[in-house]
Each structure stands twice: as structure tokens, then as C-alpha cells.
Design a protein around this ligand. Structure first.
Ligand code: ADP
Ligand code: ILO
Length: 346
């Protein structure tokens, strides 16, 4: 882990939350601190310092980082989630509470639906501070737990180490697998020892998938073609509860499920649709006004930091902390209904 006494050289036009909240005072107060896993302020900010086009720019090395470096993390959490240091996170994993009849039963707009949560193993450092041995233990414990899944969730584990270039390229292109070499993760220390310890578990239909040791130790994913959002949510809730019986997850009453990036704290849930909105795409101002109203984020169809193709967008909930899992999906659902209505009117 690294340490620095020098305030980083951040350009004046830098727009990340790191640039906004890392004042000289905050830097001086935190620069000599170190968590019990040896994680420092320099480690926490390296991704945003190396990638000045970051939106956020910081990562935690362990649950302790959120306390020790609170003068930096708290204002970022407040701005991203609207969640204060005194607020408490709330959870609701009950699919019966979600009101989400398919908003596009004729399949004119919604191509596919995907909901994922991030999870990390309790009493382990997070990815940016984990050792190779600890990471390999996470892979072993989690893949063994997954191999015991039954019914619709039964599947196989495919380690990245030894996977052919052809197979991984196809899994990535089909939106099932994470990409290699992400520069934000690289600078956060999340790609160390790549590809060892990483892999993907999935059922035969690829409707239930788990990424192991990417940005978080587990990314639990439910996805399928079309817009049956409730079915996707129900499958995910069943899977989470099954996995949690065998793998204890890192969780605090204040921050909910602990993740390496502060944008994912709380529910750690991103519920998205790939949706064709070619007319609305010509009027980005109206498009953004709707997504802002419903707390949604617009991404391209090859994941974060990618572009839209052919008027197809990835639309997902933005808030994840201080709102329940049901509310995250409800945000996405209500916004998607409004977007489809607008597209139809154009
Ligand atoms: P994450 O959601 O895990 O934070 P990304 O934005 O990088 O990360 O997306 C991961 C992968 O999931 C990408 O290949 C992306 O295209 C795919 N994906 C996201 N949402 C959907 C969706 N609704 N349907 C199909 N694939 C999706
Ligand atoms: N560190 C990147 C990504 C932030 C949010 N997304 C994820 C995947 N955690 C940035 O600051 O733009």
C-alpha cells in the first residue's frame, strides 16, 4: 500500500467528486492514516488521481475505510445518494411489495432486463486491499457455495484463468461477463494478480450469474430478455437469500451492504433495462429531464463509460443507499414507464 505527503496535482477543470471534496485541509487530516489492512488515503484516491475524467474517483479498501476517511467519503456519499452521516439504511427484499407489471408486453422498446447486487465477504478486506491468498480463498468459498445451488439456480463455475479468448469475448459481447483491463479498477488496485481468483458462475439459461472477484467479491445477477422486471427481481431475491445462508456478507446498519465503490453502498443494487428510445435520443434535454425526475442513470449498452448504439440505452436506478431494494427497482420501473410514454408521443 502506498503513502504520499504531496497533495495530488488535480487540474482546475476536474469534475469528479474527489476533486470537489479533497480539499487541502481534508488531505492534511487524513494523509497519515492507515486502516488495519494497511489501506491509506493515497490508495483510496489513486483511481481518481490517475483518471481525472472519473465521476467519483475514490474506492474503499475495507469497511474501516468508510470511518477512517469519513471526511472524504461522507460528502461523496451525501451528494451521490442524498444520505447523511446520521441516516440509517433500510432493506426490503420482498418481491410482493414491488408493483411492476411488464411495461412493454409487446416487446417494442425493452430488449432485456438485468438486476445486480454487489456483495463482499464479511471480515475480509475489499478488493483494493485484499491479498492474493485472501482473494483465492473468496473464490474457493463462494464457488463451492454456488455449486450447491439447485433448481433454476443450479449451474457451473468458469474461472477466468484458463478460459479461452474466444469464450470470454463472446460472454462479454453478450453482456454476461465483465471486461478485462478497466483503467478505473486498475488504478484502484482491483486488477492485481489478474486473472487469478476471478471467474463467472451461471445457470444453463444464463438468467442467474455471479461474478467473482471483480470490483466486488460477488456481483449477483438476474437477467433475461424482455421487460418482466418482477420476474427478474424475484429470481434475484431468492438467489441472494440462498447464497447468504452459506456466505456471510459485509453489512453495517448505517451503510447497508459494504462495497468498494461508495456509489454502490446500501442495497448495492443496479436495476436496468436495455431500451430502444430512438426518438427521445434526438432530444437529450427532455430525455435527461425524465431520467433526473425518476433518479435514473443513462449508460451505453456495453456497460459503464460506454456509448449508446442505435438509440438503445441502459437505463438504471441511480440511488442505492437509504432506499430499499424494492424502491430501487420501483425508481427504474416508474421512470421506464414515463420514458416509453414520452417515446410513444413523439
Ligand atoms: P454493473 O451493472 O455490474 O455495474 P456495467 O454497467 O459495466 O456494470 O454492466 C455490466 C454488463 O451488463 C455490461 O455488459 C452491460 O451491457 C450489461 N447489462 C447491463 N444492463 C443490462 C440489461 N438490462 N440487459 C442486458 N445487459 C445488460
Ligand atoms: N470510479 C469510476 C466509477 C464510479 C462508479 N461506478 C462503479 C462501477 N463503481 C468513476 O469514478 O467514474
Amino acid at each position: 500500500m502506498s503513502q504520499t505527503n504531496e497533495f495530488p496535482n488535480l487540474p482546475a477543470d476536474c469534475k469528479s467528486m474527489l476533486c470537489k471534496y479533497l480539499t487541502k485541509e481534508v488531505f492534511e487530516a487524513l494523509k497519515d492514516k492507515k486502516t488495519s489492512n494497511g489501506f491509506t488515503l493515497a490508495d483510496a484516491i489513486n483511481s481518481g488521481v490517475k483518471n481525472i475524467d472519473s465521476g467519483i474517483g475514490v474506492y474503499a479498501g475495507d469497511v474501516e475505510s468508510y470511518d477512517l476517511f469519513a471526511p472524504l467519503f461522507d460528502p461523496i456519499i451525501k451528494e451521490y445518494h442524498g444520505f447523511s452521516a446520521t441516516d440509517k439504511h433500510v432493506s426490503n427484499l420482498n418481491p410482493d411489495d414491488l408493483i411492476a407489471p411488464n411495461p412493454d408486453p409487446d416487446g417494442k422498446y425493452i430488449i432485456s432486463t438485468r438486476i445486480r447486487v454487489g456483495r463482499n465477504v464479511d471480515n475480509m478486506p475489499l478488493g483494493p486491499a485484499i491479498t492474493k491468498e485472501q482473494r483465492n480463498k473468496v473464490e474457493k468459498d463462494v464457488s463451492e457455495a454456488l455449486m450447491a445451488m439447485t433448481g433454476e439456480l443450479a449451474g457451473s463455475y468458469y474461472p477466468l484463468n484458463g478460459m479461452s479468448e474466444e469464450v470470454s469475448a463472446k460472454l462479454i459481447a453478450d453482456h454476461f461477463l465483465f471486461k478485462a483491463g478497466d483503467r478505473f479498477l486498475e488504478a484502484a488496485g482491483l486488477n492485481r494478480d489478474w486473472p487469478e481468483g476471478r471467474g463467472i458462475y451461471h445457470n444453463d439459461d444464463k438468467t442467474f450469474l455471479v461474478w467473482i472477484n471483480e470490483e466486488d467479491q460477488l456481483r449477483i445477477i438476474s437477467m433475461q430478455m424482455g421487460g418482466d422486471i418482477k420476474e427478474v427481481f424475484s429470481r434475484l431475491m431468492t438467489a441472494i437469500k440462498e447464497i447468504e445462508k452459506k456466505v456471510p456478507f459485509s453489512f453495517t446498519d448505517h451503510l447497508g451492504y459494504i462495497t468498494s465503490c461508495p456509489t454502490n453502498l446500501g442495497t448495492a443494487m443496479r436495476a436496468s433495462v436495455h431500451i430502444a428510445l430512438p426518438k427521445l435520443a434526438e432530444d437529450m434535454e427532455t430525455f435527461k429531464a425524465i431520467t433526473d425526475k425518476y433518479h435514473l442513470q443513462i449508460r451505453g449498452i456495453h456497460g459503464e463509460h460506454s456509448e449508446s448504439e442505435g438509440g438503445v440505452y441502459d437505463i438504471s436506478n441511480r440511488r442505492r443507499l437509504g432506499v430499499t431494494e424494492v424502491q430501487c427497482v420501483q425508481d427504474m420501473y416508474d421512470g421506464v414507464v414515463a420514458l416509453i410514454k414520452k417515446e410513444q408521443s413523439l
